[in-house]
Design a protein around this ligand. Structure first.
Ligand SMILES: [Ca+2]
Ligand SMILES: [Ca+2]
Length: 125
């Protein structure tokens, strides 16, 4: 899995840029991970309280930052809505953000059960 991911990343630098944007959006959207335990971190995502994070819960939580940055609310992050230093050549849509999150989710879901537990959620992608 990591080997595949590395090879994939080298071939697709734009995807890496998208992942960096996701990390940035996550920072904007939630409290710092370091200030919390992994279980607490999971609870921020786990809106239905079943102790695991579904794809929709993951996308919902990871999109808070997107919505906060999307000043005009049109579902597209334009260059002017991104903080300085976030070099994104093309506008990023909420739709493409969700697709990136789906890829991220699939990579994090080590046991492929369709949910993230605390270990999977906090593993480095
Ligand atoms: Ca859940
Ligand atoms: Ca899982």
């Amino acid at each position: 899995m990591p080997l595949h991911t590395d090879r994939h990343a080298r071939r697709a630098p734009r995807k890496m840029a998208a992942l960096r944007l996701i990390a940035l959006i996550a920072l904007v959207g939630g409290p710092a991970q370091a200030q919390s335990t992994r279980a607490e971190y999971l609870r921020w995502f786990d809106t239905d309280g079943d102790g695991r994070v579904s794809l929709s819960e993951y996308q919902e939580y990871m999109s808070h930052g997107f919505r906060a940055m999307d000043l005009d609310g049109d579902g597209v992050l334009h260059a002017g809505e991104l903080p300085p230093g976030a070099r994104v050549r093309t506008a990023t849509t909420l739709q493409s953000h969700h697709r990136s999150l789906t890829r991220m989710f699939d990579r994090l879901d080590i046991n492929h059960d369709g949910y993230l537990d605390a270990d999977e959620l906090t593993a480095m992608p």
